[in-house]
Design a binder for this molecule. Sequence first.
Ligand code: RRO
Length: 310
Amino acid sequence: MVSTKTSIGAFDFDNCLMNAAGVYCMTRKELEAIESSAAGSFVTKTGTLEARAGNPEPRYSNTDWGSINSMGLPNKGVDYYLDFVTELQEEGGHKNHFLSLVGMSPEETHTILKKVEASNYNGLVELNLSCPNVPGKPQIAYDFETTDAILSEVFSYYTKPLGIKLPPYFDIVHFDQAAAIFNKYPLAFVNSVNSIGNGLVIDDETVVIKPKNGFGGIGGDFIKPTALANVHAFYQRLNPSIKIIGTGGVKSGRDAFEHILCGASMVQIGTALHKEGPAIFERITKELQNIMAEKGYDSIEDFRGKLHYL
Ligand code: RRO
């Protein structure tokens, strides 16, 4: 039987497919729907120290080819998500989870991570260094000096497994510079990519979302080539102990297969999950298994990272 199981550090997952942060993860109800689906895990909506209402609506719009959003980090506050993943951990279910978080400032990020460090939660944390939608706050991981300073401080006190959610990079020198920084730290994973920041979608003569006069993060079909490039660029450059989560443009088993071929150990689904709902995990898992069976692969380790070059 073909298996799509995987692992990140010491954490095992029955399936390499899961939601991407921001989709189906705002409330316990949504997270429970992912938990009871064929997904191998879930990640929570990025939590900040205090709950946030986010940007004015409409702030998410589906298009033929994908989506645009400027949610503005609405969330129920990190305690809501920390309590839920801790409860699930203590119930001893077999699925492991990801707690996504970030502060509204580096200081707030450290306050939150110190709270998680002191808590009973021992699972994975995804530090979101790439939200494109909070007016006045740049995407952190485009600023390498600040990113290095945050990670340096984080690993002076944080001892639990932690990875980072990255924006897409578009330049080979930036891949080199980013990877050189990430390789200095005991990261469990990097997750590439967040939405491509600050695109603009127009219907007739008008923008389709209200915040920032229509500017928002792009997801869906168009971001797959960028996502695959980021996954593979980091696969080529990062210490093998730093696993890679591939996110961007996944709506079929073939798309997931390509992310794994580029080096992804897990594959997250955002826009397509928003359109199709949690039943998507069963469909894409079957499609991925069929491709693997045709090719004679029993596990994702048989082809992970083994992209062919000309
Ligand atoms: O909430 C958002 O606007 C948002 C976040 Br935090 C993110 O990381 N990526 C995105 O596309 N939207």
